[in-house]
Design a protein around this ligand. Structure first.
Ligand code: HDE
Length: 692
């Protein structure tokens, strides 16, 4: 089944409600859905009103329990294709043929917040992909960070209890900046690597379309001959990895809590798909012990400089859901959903996950038949002796539902050799039954130190600020102190810088002296950059320069970006030459934080713009968030560079501010070049003196 076939499979269950008369759930026609049945116009409602009772009863039960983690999510449909056949690595059929189009459904999510929480909180993002393959469903249930907080699934309830709102007052919502989280962290040094990522810009994606995805655990690829390689899965966004800045993210949480959801929805709706390449890091079995970390430890990544990521295929998300609840809410992912050719390892976090997902879905989706919900249904037949249970959808005909049987000639039969069937990799296992952590899992600081060493100046500054913010929100000074002590094991300058902001010094001698290793691939400065799908706000009032406007808007469109026209009121705005354009946003409905750049054409309107506090604020805020600012003709007088520059910035104060020097076209090209650079961090960044 290809992508279109999956769509037509779902079509069977899609009801358009476009025409026809109202009915009850029993199909009985309803003439009035506005008034309950009463004894007299002013009399009591009658219990026999089955139409009222049915409508309200259904409404009373419209919500199902939200996910205990990853409650807030956004989904999209699409397809996956491999670049070349990979049968030397795996017998997985969907990876065997570049012609094969495998339908996928993806759900992106935050972890800690509840279903109605804001999108741009500081958090890990879920990146869960369901492949509807010819051999059954395969799920990569990953995150946007390549490592996890804990090493053993046994600690997951503790971690989540600590990060979720505190139990006595249910605060704060969707935030790790509180005592219980940092109390847990300070007692669990293994969290330090993921905590470093969480304090970095990676925790504030600019868009779901601009973040990486990782399967985290080490898996196995097994080929038809039974040979295997260890593998780590990566998703690499074609647009590169980009982030918000913290002040901006917090403001977006108020101005547009649906920022990421809207971004994904609107981009797909406009016909531009979200695209990611699937990458493999591969390791031969004989190299299992060649690193100074254990490949089964999920708090460790494989540096890309040591094990390069090989791009093997591409995923394209090109279709929004028809119904959020039916698809995004009811989809059930599970790391145990594998197909022949892909297998597990003994990573103790993965092993626990293999149990947890179906277990939670049993209560969230109300029983054992959630695989029959359209979004969860495989595109191949399901054929077994499982029967009955809550919400069984199929009518399973016939006398036998057991095996072996003679009454139905032993059908369905066990899959033969030659039929697609899952065969577990026969790993040799031996050892004493013991409740302990392997000694090879004990180094908790080398990789956090590597992450720190790999960051650029502004990324380091972001991390220090994030620690100061989060710990500053903790009430107990001893918790702040414990974390600062722990940070000294990662990097002395980091601990000192964080401590300075909190009025504390690291109190203990570091336990470890991590190696000065860096992995340049970890810095977002080395990512792909593109003006494609960027959004520019164009501020105009009556009397703007039409030639500059035309040149810049044409250049934005050529570059694959978009723009909104923002003014003090909606409707027509006239240029100097009396031509008009339609304005779609006002200073009340548009804010700089949801744009990548601002452009103000020159013209007489600048006199009026200067009288507006909203306009100054719009431009200054974009400046503070390192965004590109284009100022044509007279608008150059709106430049924030001279007004708000600090001594530390020096000549960098004007970075990313493009002023029109006369001709509109070169100005437009310069504007796009600056927009392509993404943020202009050199503008305000005071690079810390940090030793490796
Ligand atoms: Fe999950 N996780 N998780 N997790 N997880 C769930 O399953 C769990 C972990 C991830 O969009 C739950 O259906 C345990 C790592 C994503 O629907 C639950 C452990 C990674 C999603 C669960 C982990 C993830 C979930 C809640 C520690 C990245 C959202 C609702 C062993 C590799 C999927 C549900 C979606 C959801 C358990 C750790 C990713 C409770 C026990 C590591 C993307 O089953």
């Amino acid at each position: 089944m290809n992508e279109t076939q999956k769509q037509s499979d779902l079509e069977k269950d899609r009801v358009h409600h476009a025409e026809g008369f109202l009915t009850t759930n029993q199909g009985v026609g309803v003439s009035n859905t506005d008034d309950s049945l009463k004894a007299g116009g002013r009399g009591p409602t009658l219990i026999e009103d089955f139409i009222f009772r049915e409508k309200v009863t259904h409404f009373d039960h419209e919500r199902i329990p939200e996910r205990i983690v990853h409650a807030r999510g956004s989904g999209a449909h699409g397809f996956f294709q491999v670049y070349k056949e990979l049968s030397n690595l795996t017998k997985a059929h969907f990876l065997s043929d570049p012609e094969l189009v495998t339908p996928v459904f993806v759900r992106f999510s935050t972890v800690a917040g509840s279903r109605g929480s804001a999108d741009t909180v500081r958090d890990v993002r879920g990146f869960a992909v369901k492949f509807y393959t010819q051999e059954g469903n395969y799920d990569i249930v990953g995150n946007n960070m390549p490592i996890f907080f804990i090493q053993d699934a046994m600690k997951f309830p503790d971690l989540i209890h600590a990060v979720k709102p505190e139990p006595n007052n249910e605060m704060p919502q969707a935030a790790s900046a509180h005592d219980t989280f940092w109390d847990f962290v300070s007692g669990m040094p293994e969290t330090m690597h993921n905590v470093m990522w969480l304090m970095s810009p990676r925790a504030l994606p600019r868009s779901f379309r601009m973040m990486e995805g990782f399967g985290i655990h080490t898996f196995r690829l097994v080929n038809a001959q039974g040979a295997f390689k260890f593998v780590k899965f990566h998703w690499k966004p074609l647009l590169g990895v980009h982030s918000l800045v913290w002040d901006e993210a917090q403001k977006i949480s108020g101005k547009d809590p649906d920022f990421h959801r809207r971004d994904l929805w609107e981009t797909i709706q406009s016909g531009t798909p979200a695209e990611y390449e699937l990458g493999f890091q591969l390791l031969d079995p004989e190299d299992e012990f060649k690193f100074d970390f254990d490949i089964l430890d999920p708090t460790k990544l494989w540096p890309e400089e040591l094990v390069p990521v090989q791009k093997v295929g591409k995923m394209t998300l090109n279709r929004n859901v028809d119904n959020f609840f039916a698809e995004t809410e009811q989809v059930a992912f599970c790391p145990a959903n594998v197909v022949p050719g892909i297998d597990f390892t003994n990573d103790p976090l993965l092993q626990g996950r293999l149990f947890s997902y179906v277990d939670t879905q049993l209560s969230r989706l109300g029983g054992p038949n959630f695989h029959q919900i359209p979004i969860n249904r495989p595109v191949v037949p399901v054929n077994n002796n499982q029967r009955d249970g809550i919400h069984r959808m199929t009518i399973d005909a016939g006398q036998t539902h057991y095996h072996p049987n003679t009454l139905n000639s032993n059908q369905p039969h066990s899959a033969h050799q030659g039929e697609p069937r899952f065969e577990h990799y026969q790993e040799k296992v031996e050892g004493n039954v013991i409740r302990e952590r392997s000694a090879s899992f004990r180094d908790h600081f080398s990789q956090p130190a590597m992450f720190w060493n790999s960051m650029s100046g502004h990324e380091k500054e972001h991390i220090v600020d994030a620690f100061r913010f989060e710990l500053g929100k903790c009430q107990k000074v001893c918790i702040r102190q414990n974390v600062v002590n722990l940070l000294a094991n990662v990097n002395a300058d980091l601990a000192k810088a964080v401590g300075d902001g909190l009025g504390l010094n690291p109190e203990m001698k570091p336990l470890a002296s991590p190696k000065p290793f860096a992995s340049p691939a970890l810095s977002m400065d080395n990512t792909a950059k593109s003006p494609k799908t960027s959004k520019t706000a164009i501020i105009v009032e009556n009397g703007f320069d039409r030639a500059e406007y035309d040149a810049v808007t044409a250049a934005i469109i050529r570059a694959g970006g978009g723009f909104d026209i923002v003014s003090k009121k909606l409707g027509a705005v006239s240029a100097v030459d009396k031509s008009t354009i339609e304005c779609g946003k006002t200073y009340a409905t548009a804010v700089s934080v949801v744009y990548d750049a601002v452009f103000v054409p020159g013209g007489a309107h600048v006199d009026s713009l200067k009288l507006s506090g909203d306009v100054w604020h719009f431009i200054d805020e974009a400046y503070k968030h390192y965004k590109t600012i284009g100022l044509g003709g007279e608008a150059s007088s709106l430049s924030p560079a001279e007004r708000i520059k600090s001594a530390a910035q020096g000549d960098n104060a004007a970075a990313g501010i493009v002023i029109c020097g006369g001709k509109a076209e070169p100005f437009a090209d310069e504007f796009i070049a600056a927009l392509t650079q993404d943020r202009h961090f050199q503008r305000g960044c005071v690079v810390m003196a940090v030793s490796a």
